[in-house]
Design a protein around this ligand. Structure first.
Ligand SMILES: [Mg+2]
Ligand SMILES: [Zn+2]
Length: 179
């Protein structure tokens, strides 16, 4: 099935997030397999990010700092590849106790992304690094994939789910989604 939209998680999927709450642009590091993935990708495919940014709600950083960090991600992608980068960032600034509908595993932002790009669920692919990403994607009817680079996911929790897990964003693994 041909996919025309990729919805990425951000932290831990696109950029390294070893300390959590990534927001300092000078420390922004992109996974090498992200560069090769973008290099191999057909430029007609829309790309967006759906990301939980509770660091804003917790007062760890501002919305402006987050936008600057997002800008840095695209700057690095453009520098290292011929690709234009991520077309749109959708973010949830809330903390869990806000009980909003946009924080993953809720799917409000995922649905918003589909609408924004005028895309049917079956035309999209969700790529994240956590079970909550998988839940946000699949509950919106989108085929979803987890990249488990550190092989750290709890296999017990995943046992009863048909989760597509890959150890990297190596493009050849994904080629079939786009042809
Ligand atoms: Mg993540
Ligand atoms: Zn929210």
């Amino acid at each position: 099935m041909y996919k025309k939209l990729i919805i990425f998680d951000r932290d831990g999927t696109i950029n390294l997030d070893s300390k959590g709450y990534s927001h300092i642009k000078s420390e922004c590091k992109i996974y090498e397999d992200v560069y090769s993935f973008f290099s191999a990708l057909d430029t007609n495919i829309n790309i967006c990010v759906v990301t939980n940014q509770s660091g804003i709600g917790r007062g760890y950083y501002s919305e402006k700092e987050m936008h600057e960090f997002n800008y840095e991600i695209n700057k690095l992608i453009r520098l290292k590849t011929m690709h234009r980068g991520i077309d749109h960032f959708f973010f949830c600034p809330h903390i869990p106790s806000d009980k909003c509908n946009c924080r993953k595993p809720k799917n409000q932002l995922v649905k918003k992304a589909l609408k924004f790009f005028n895309c049917k669920p079956y035309e999209a692919l969700f790529i994240g690094d956590k079970l909550t990403d998988f839940q946000a994607g699949t509950s919106a009817g989108i085929q979803s994939i987890i990249i488990d680079r550190e092989n750290s996911l709890d296999s017990v929790k995943l046992e009863n789910l048909e989760v597509n897990i890959y150890s990297s964003l190596e493009f050849s693994n994904f080629k079939h989604y786009f042809e």
